[in-house]
Design a protein around this ligand. Structure first.
Ligand code: DC
Length: 225
């Protein structure tokens, strides 16, 4: 079915289902999936763990030199390792959630993570999701998808995801947090989220995961021919 391996870049706002789509595509195409957001979350977790003042550039830089992130593949599933330890749930905590946009706006953080991401794309056969994948990380990706969904739909999805203090979360708080993060991610100076001219826009507010997957698979298959 697939004649050549390609790179699929998926970008979009927070909680619009990028990772679900990316995982599904990677599994069906037999590609590797990398959730680049999890790398920014791991960097945030690491800086918080080390009690780094995020406004102290020198301290951030020193701490980043110790940051070691890699992935191990299990089929199309990729497990993130931070300093040799598998890490998952901690990346979705409310604390990380509320600081990650701030960390993702720090140029030294982006430089380090973008280089790692580009190395992962060297052999192609990769689906990566994030905010700057089609614009900065892989500007020559064969397929770029820009995913969108209504804010309320995204709020409900994020509420399901956040694992810590779930009973303390209310719809308005999560909604406000998403609005704030979208604002920071879209207006920051370094690599803001933006749709590139060659990206295909998919609004999945009224699509089931299966419907959006089948639609995007067709787009990928056309590019593989
Ligand atoms: O997709 P996510 O919510 O897990 O992303 C976490 C944060 O990282 C979010 O604030 C946007 C940022 N991010 C980024 O700036 N660039 C990427 N390629 C991926 C995520």
């Amino acid at each position: 079915m697939n004649n050549r391996k390609i790179i699929v870049a998926i970008d979009g706002l927070s909680a619009c289902g990028k990772s679900t789509l990316a995982k599904g595509l990677a599994s069906r195409l037999n590609y590797r999936h990398i959730d680049s957001g999890s790398m920014y979350r791991a960097a945030t977790y690491f800086l918080l763990l080390n009690n780094i003042d995020l406004s102290d550039n020198a301290a951030v830089k020193r701490c980043l030199s110790q940051l070691e992130i890699h992935f191990k593949s299990k089929g199309s599933r990729s497990q993130l390792y931070l300093g040799g330890q598998p890490i998952d749930k901690q990346l979705r905590s409310q604390e990380v959630d509320s600081r990650v946009s701030q960390v993702a706006a720090i140029p030294q953080v982006r430089r380090k993570l973008v280089l790692l991401q580009q190395e992962m794309g060297e052999g192609k056969g990769l689906v990566m999701d994030g905010r700057d994948i089609g614009s900065v990380v892989f500007p020559d990706a064969e397929l770029k998808i820009f995913l969108t969904a209504d804010l309320d739909v995204r709020t409900r999805r994020r509420m399901k995801e956040v694992t810590q203090n779930t009973d303390l979360l209310d719809f308005e708080t999560v909604r406000e947090n998403l609005v704030m993060r979208d604002q920071i991610d879209s207006t920051r100076e370094d690599s803001p989220l933006k749709k590139t001219a060659d990206a295909v826009v998919v609004d999945n507010s009224n699509l089931s995961p299966t419907e959006q997957l089948e639609m995007c698979l067709v787009l990928a298959q056309i590019r593989c021919d």
